[in-house]
Write a protein that binds this ligand. Structure first.
Ligand code: FES
Length: 118
């Protein structure tokens, strides 16, 4: 498999490893838009920022509220319950009360589709 990374998004050619799940078409999301997915029993939040596509756990680490119910502005997701903010690109906490970062999943793009490695 050949992989090329542009910004934070990887593009690849060759056979797809089995752990990659086709999640969406690249045109399904505008910049600063997010989409909630259920993959292998996990709630995954697929987000598009100006730097690419990112997949994170769709659950706030503070109170377990679904982040897909929140808002995304300038690559920051805000949980609606108590206002925690996380970086879409790293999963790191930008504003508490949460202290634990979000789990992130690798994203890859092939032939116009976004794949998530679970
Ligand atoms: S549940 Fe997310 S900030 Fe409280």
């Amino acid at each position: 498999m050949h992989t090329e990374t542009i910004g934070r998004t990887s593009f690849f050619s060759g056979l797809l490893p089995q752990k990659l799940i086709k999640a969406a078409h690249i045109d399904d999301l505008e910049i600063n838009e997010m989409k909630s997915l259920k993959i292998k029993g996990r709630s995954v939040l697929l987000c598009r920022s100006e730097r690419g596509y990112f997949a994170l756990q769709d659950k706030c680490t503070f109170g377990k509220f679904q982040l897909s119910e929140g808002v995304m502005i300038n690559s920051i997701i805000q949980c609606l319950m108590h206002g925690c903010q996380y970086s879409v690109e790293t999963g790191n906490v930008k504003k508490g009360p949460a202290k634990k970062p979000l789990r992130i999943y690798k994203t890859l793009i092939k032939e116009g589709y976004i794949y998530i490695k679970i």
